[in-house]
Every structure is written in C-alpha cells, then in structure tokens.
Design a protein around this ligand. Structure first.
Ligand code: SAH
Length: 245
C-alpha cells in the first residue's frame, strides 16, 4: 500500500495527525528532499528504509514502490494536489494493481497567508484566488498565461516562479494589474528561516534580487494585501444565517 502524504509547508508541527501516524507505521518512506523538512523523518521507525526523491527519476521512484513490501509513504511538500506530480505515480500504481490513498497536507499557500496575517478573499476586493505559475520548462496551456490570468484582478498566488520575477511583474502589468499593486514574497513560509518581503509589482524583481530570493518562495499579488474592504456579511448583525436570526 502506498500513502501519498502532504508534509505541510515546512514547520514539523504543521504535519497532520494522520500524516504522522502513517510516517510512524511506514516500512519505506520516499520523501521530496528538496522541499520537505527532513526533521519529519524523526517520526519514522528505526528500521524504516528512507529514500530522497530529489536524487531519483520517476522510474526509480516507481521501482521502489513496486519492489517494496509493507506500508510505503510518499511524502510530498505542502498538499500533494498542487504541483505535486502525483498523478503520474498514481497511474503507475493503477497499472501495477498497487493500492494507494492520499493524506492531504497544509499547502504553502496557507502557510504564506498565515505568515502574512492575510485573508486572500476580502469582500469588495477579491472573491477569487488564482493559483498559477510563470511559464518555465513546463509549458502553460493556451488561455492560462499570466497576462490572461491577470485580467481578472483577483488575488494571485504564484508557485514555482521566484526565479522569474521580472517576467511575472511584466506580464501581470501587461495583463492589467497596476504597477503599484501590492505584492508579498514569502520565502520558506513556516520554516525558521522564513522571510517576508512586502513590495509592489514595479519593485518586485529588484526587491527579490536584493534579498537573494530565487527559489522556495511564493509570490502573492493583489489588493487584499493592502486595501479598503467591506465587512463580511457572515457576521453582519443585520444578516440572517442558518445559525442566527
Ligand atoms: N504542493 C506544494 C507545492 C509544490 S511546488 C504546496 O502545496 O505547497 C513547489 C513550490 O511551492 C516552490 O517552488 C515554492 O514556490 C512553493 N513552496 C513550497 N514550500 C514553500 C514554503 N514553505 N514557502 C514558500 N513557498 C513554498
């Protein structure tokens, strides 16, 4: 049995209880060493076999899954549903008839919001979150490029893009965001070395360069970071809910 487990954004105590129990029981753990906090492995049994997938290709990973016996934990950073590359592993397991399940995790986008003390969805400002990335080696399907995404003016959380700040800033402005749209960069959210930069689209690239941030960061863009907003209807005293008349 293979368990895909979301490791959370970094801080060890942001692993779920279920995730920890799966790690404690595992015979084999394959973890994404480039982003998963290795301190999580302290929960593993002494005789657990541990592999770092940063040094492995897909064939090597699936070979371990196929040849291992017992409980296998595949530890992915954040929540595995976001840029987790788990589908190709699940398809392999389906073909081999190996059962698996998924244990969700706290995504780094939630870790970053907490670090920023931000709410991504403010009434009157943004009621949508666009989770996306700048185009790198992985091509972006037509209609989902940053310029098109920018046209909505929604809160945007950019993964995998901190090495392309220039391009992010240029394309988002071409798409319609103002140059002074607030931006926050969160490097290693919830890790001890977490760093927050507050800037705007015009200064994003130079501020990231000045702080030497080019990986393991999220770029959050939008007026929710610094703007007037309307109070939520949920707690409005003139508003009836299923719980309150
Ligand atoms: N599944 C993960 C994302 C994997 S893609 C999740 O839910 O968080 C890897 C990208 O996620 C990195 O390039 C970076 O943009 C972001 N990331 C992962 N952990 C991070 C953290 N602790 N702080 C900021 N960004 C992080």
């Amino acid at each position: 049995m293979v368990h895909f487990v979301g490791a959370g954004p970094g801080a060890v105590d942001l692993l779920t209880i279920r995730g920890r129990e799966l790690i404690e029981k595992a015979d084999v753990i394959i973890y994404a060493g480039s982003l998963v906090n290795p301190d999580l492995l302290k929960y593993a049994r002494k005789d657990c076999k541990i592999y770092d997938s940063a040094y492995m290709d897909l064939d090597e990973i699936t070979e371990v899954m196929k040849s291992a016996t017992g409980e296998i934990v595949r530890l992915h950073t954040g929540d595995p549903s976001i840029y987790g590359a788990i589908k190709e592993q699940m398809d392999f397991l389906d073909k081999e008839g190996i059962p698996y399940d998924i244990c969700p995790g706290v995504s780094s986008m939630a870790g970053a919001a907490a670090a920023l003390k931000a709410e991504y969805t403010l009434p009157g400002v943004s009621q949508s979150i666009i989770i996306t990335r700048a185009e790198g080696r992985t091509a972006i399907p037509e209609g989902q490029d940053l310029r098109s995404m920018a046209s909505h003016g929604a809160t945007m959380v950019l993964f995998l893009s901190s090495g392309m700040a220039d391009k992010v800033s240029r394309e988002l402005k071409e798409g319609g965001y103002r140059g002074d749209t607030p931006v926050a960069v969160v490097y290693k959210a919830t890790w001890p070395e977490e760093l927050i930069i507050r800037t705007d689209l015009d200064s994003l690239a130079s501020d990231m360069e000045a702080n030497h941030i080019n990986k393991t960061a999220l770029i959050v863009v939008g007026d929710v970071l610094d703007h007037e907003y309307e109070l939520s209807r949920l707690y409005d005293k003139d508003f009836t809910t299923g719980y309150r008349n």
